[in-house]
Design a protein around this ligand. Structure first.
Ligand code: ADP
Ligand code: MG
Length: 247
């Protein structure tokens, strides 16, 4: 299963007078790892929300491998292996960590596959044990997800996105407020998915993290793309230094 090509054209989204997205066009090639950066309020989350069906864009187009996914609902995108994580982590707080992953798996399956997964439930879900081990979540696997640390919840959310290899993964600040040890686990998982061919759009404030992982960087400012290119070129641009680092 290869990564999908994402093509976003002239995406617009306003909240009353605020043009959160003011005509944004960009692409992510199959298997590409692209960083989306920009100051607070520049529209990064809104871009992910509009692609992932959480917000309805006002206009524009969003295509996956050349077919429109414009205004597709999140559950429908999940079945196309388009998944996202949230800036403020979202898990099912009262469900055990393991159950969170099972629910995520069900969400990714359709029809007969879903019925088969349910039928196998008592013998344990294929792949879930491995995923728990890979993410180092064994010690908390049977704890309610709401009771584990913030960093571990970030890991649970990320693991939930990986119950099946995503074709397109949209990450909204995956290492924000996460301690360096867990941030490294998350970085390794991102790079592993990248090696396996998943297309990834990564929103992240931690510039070191972006520069160390992304192949290409897009800079948003006030709902528009300011500049895009190779990470080392982009950060050197005065306009980026000014808008992003305030100098
Ligand atoms: N649900 C909303 N209602 C009103 N304004 C919003 C909403 N979501 C985002 N905005 C506004 O849109 C702009 C872009 O926000 P956002 O996409 O969250 O930026 P970023 O993720 O880059 O920090 C900001 O001015 C923000 O206040
Ligand atoms: Mg945001």
């Amino acid at each position: 299963m290869n990564g999908a090509a994402l093509q976003v054209r002239d995406l617009r989204k306003s909240f009353y007078a605020v043009h959160a997205l003011d005509g944004v066009s960009f692409s992510v090639a199959p298997g590409e790892l692209v960083g989306l950066i920009g100051p607070n309020g520049s529209g990064k989350t809104t871009a992910i929300d509009c692609i992932s069906g959480l917000q309805e864009p006002d206009s524009g187009s969003v295509e996956l491998d050349g077919a429109s996914i414009f205004r597709y609902a999140p559950h429908r995108l999940a079945q196309h292996d388009v998944v996202r994580t949230f800036q403020g982590v979202r898990v099912f707080a009262t469900l055990p960590v393991r159950r969170n992953l099972e629910v995520a798996m069900l969400g990714r399956l359709r029809g007969r596959q879903r019925i088969a997964a349910l039928a196998h439930r008592r013998r344990g879900w294929p792949g879930i044990g491995d995923l728990i081990a890979t993410f180092g979540l064994e010690p908390v696997a049977d704890m309610p997800a709401g009771h584990v640390s913030y960093g571990q919840r970030k890991l649970v959310e990320f693991a939930a996105a990986c119950v099946r290899r995503p074709r397109l993964l949209l990450l909204d600040e995956p290492v924000a407020a996460v301690n360096p040890t867990m941030a490294n686990v998350i970085r390794d998982r991102i790079l592993e998915l990248h090696r396996q061919g998943t297309s990834i759009l990564l929103v992240e404030h931690n510039m070191e993290f972006v520069l160390g992982t992304c192949q290409r960087v897009i800079v948003l400012d006030e709902g528009r793309i300011l500049v895009e290119g190779a990470p080392e070129d982009v950060v050197r641009r005065p306009i980026v230094q000014e808008a992003y680092f305030g100098r």
